[in-house]
Write a protein of this length. Structure first.
Length: 156
């Protein structure tokens, strides 16, 4: 049965649940992506249709299963996408503040959309349940159903 398992890569992550609980530990993404070299990007993995995913909390104990619908934010190191082609080359960047439940996060989203749909509104209205907010060395994967407000931050 070992040969039927999908090889995975463990990524350190912090999970913030909608009820306010925080967990530090590891998520496990497929070691080979379908669309590029290297492991599956965390955003692509979180946007897959599975409802639950395994999470290994730091500090011992065994893995637990987390329900994606109850996730507010999953935060991973930006290096998690190091093997992928940088999205920055694929679309304009927009600095935003995102409010979800009691959290407020600031960072950059990459609007990798057709030119006639390059607004933040268009990007957020895509069907995928999670959006990536880039904050220096961290990527916050935010569940869009939990977002109450997004404000575009004008630099200058």
């Amino acid at each position: 049965m070992e040969d039927l398992r999908v090889p995975t890569v463990a990524l350190s992550a912090e999970v913030l649940c909608a009820d306010g609980r925080r967990f530090r530990g590891s998520i496990f993404v497929p070691a080979a992506a379908l669309t590029h070299a290297g492991p599956t990007r965390p955003e692509d993995w979180m946007n897959e249709s599975m409802s639950f995913f395994p999470f290994l909390p730091d500090g011992g104990g065994g893995p637990v299963l987390l329900n994606k619908r109850e996730i507010l934010v999953v935060t991973v190191a930006a290096e998690a996408d190091a093997e992928d082609i940088p999205e920055e080359a694929a679309g304009p960047q927009r600095r935003v503040a995102v409010e979800a439940e009691s959290e407020r996060l600031e960072g950059t989203i990459v609007v990798n959309m057709p030119e006639n749909q390059a607004r933040v509104l268009d990007y957020l209205n895509r069907p995928q349940p999670f959006v990536t907010l880039r904050d220096e060395n961290l990527h916050h994967l935010i569940q869009k159903e939990r977002i109450t407000r997004v404000v575009e931050i004008r630099e200058g």
